[in-house]
Design a protein. Structure first.
Length: 432
């Protein structure tokens, strides 16, 4: 039964840390949208604890509230008790997935994505080749003109319209597994390439390596690395996430790197919490601690090493939408804005509530499209008010959501959404 599975997997001590103060409510997007106590972190923790205490039986409403959560973890920085809410919601979803029987088509999609695609980078490259054929042979334009995309849900139609050009080979194949530092070597850095990141955002990965090399880092790209496991962990597939974590820890430990760099907030947050993910696994606890202590976001590294005096001027208005997991998970807050503010000639325009989720949240915009769209509408009102030329973010999911929002808000003719790394690549020294 679901009750037994929840009781077994929930961290009761963590549940008991919640003081019910309500400080989390103003920070929670779903509570702000609905006003329902059950749609707040405090409310969800109360539901979990009621199940663990035997006060209530988990029903469909319970499951729906757990799934309605974005997992943005905006509640964690404002919690005076330091409750690790993100860990609790992952534990709850893990128990739910062990119990709930999805329709056959949902089971097929989940099995295909979580077991047969995301853990296998070469299969993702083949998918990238197929997408490349679709995008570059005229087939995409033909299908659009024929109106065949209308059979897709609105959210998928929108995603198709902003999909980046897919790569047909990986970062290591493009650059090699070791890229030497330019000038004196300061660090030996392990580059975490990601799974989807290395197919749909390979240009960002290439720019990340170039910026690191220019800053004096020898960059190692271990070919044995795998998907970080974040989508698995957030979707109740924690055992698969643990298996992927072990592959990554082994790959980077073998590479002998000083630090491990991520350019995606969603990936970086889970990478940094492998020690929690592997907690209780005596064989891997030491390795997990070694790994987690070395994970850094690209902005943290560049702030310390890059010479901004050598950047080219950019006379643009720039604003920044924070990545939830970068801010709330990795606790990286000042570094991206600091880099943007150092661009010569640029005007940095703060975005009101830049720390509020944009509604992307991994695959949330696909599985909870109504709530995601509602959150995005308010976000784009604040974005439009900046009158920025460039909207910057640090996570691929956020970037696609911002692109969709700009398109939906009719701002495409005067604003573009760009990953932080790609903008810094524009203003850094020309390629040699």
């Amino acid at each position: 039964m679901l009750k037994e599975k929840l009781t077994a997997k929930l961290d009761y001590e963590e549940l008991s840390n919640c003081m019910r103060c309500g400080f989390c409510q103003p920070a929670c997007p779903t509570f702000r949208e609905t006003g329902y106590e059950a749609a707040s972190p405090r409310g969800r923790i109360a539901l979990m604890k009621a199940v663990a205490d035997g006060i209530m039986e988990p029903d469909q409403d319970f499951v729906d509230q757990m799934n309605l959560c974005l997992g943005c973890r905006a509640c964690e920085p404002v919690c005076p008790a330091g409750v690790h809410y993100g860990q609790l919601i992952e534990q709850a979803r893990d128990a739910i997935e062990d119990y709930v029987k999805h329709p056959w088509w949902v089971r097929v999609i989940r099995k295909l994505a979580f077991e047969h695609l995301l853990p296998h980078q070469r299969r993702l490259y083949w998918l990238g080749r197929l997408l490349g054929i679709y995008q570059r042979t005229g087939l995409q334009q033909a299908i659009r003109k024929a109106g065949l995309l209308r059979i897709l849900p609105q959210q998928l139609q929108e995603m198709e319209s902003i999909m980046p050009e897919a790569a047909n080979r990986g970062l290591a194949e493009e650059l090699g597994t070791i890229v030497p530092a330019r000038g004196e070597r300061k660090l030996r850095v392990g580059m975490f390439r990601g799974c989807i990141m290395d197919v749909l955002f390979q240009g960002t990965n290439v720019n990340t390596v170039r910026l690191l090399a220019d800053a004096g880092c020898e960059v190692v790209i271990p070919p044995e690395q795998a998907c970080c496991g974040a989508l698995h962990a957030h979707s109740g597939e924690r055992e698969q996430a643990r298996a992927l974590a072990k592959r990554n820890m082994a790959a980077f430990k073998e590479a002998g790197v000083d630090i491990i760099v991520s350019n995606a907030g969603g990936c970086g947050a889970l990478l940094q919490e492998y020690d929690h993910l592997l907690k209780g696994d005596s064989e891997w606890e030491e390795e997990a601690a070694w790994f987690s202590q070395r994970v850094r976001d690209i902005s943290e590294v560049l702030v310390d090493l890059v010479k901004t005096s050598q950047w080219q001027p950019l006379a643009k208005r720039i604003s920044y939408q924070s990545s939830c997991h970068l801010r709330n998970g990795m606790k990286v807050t000042r570094h991206p804005a600091q880099l943007l503010q150092n661009i010569p000639g640029a005007t940095f325009v703060p975005l009101f509530e830049a720390d509020r989720c944009c509604g992307s949240a991994g695959i949330y915009n696909l599985v909870q499209p109504e709530m995601s769209s509602s959150i995005l509408v308010e976000k784009m009102e604040h974005v439009a008010a900046t009158q920025a030329d460039i909207l910057v973010t640090s996570n691929p999911g956020c970037l696609l959501q911002m692109k969709a929002g700009i398109r939906r808000a009719g701002l495409s003719d005067r604003m573009e959404a760009v990953h932080l790394v790609d903008l810094l690549a524009r203003v850094s020294e020309p390629k040699r």
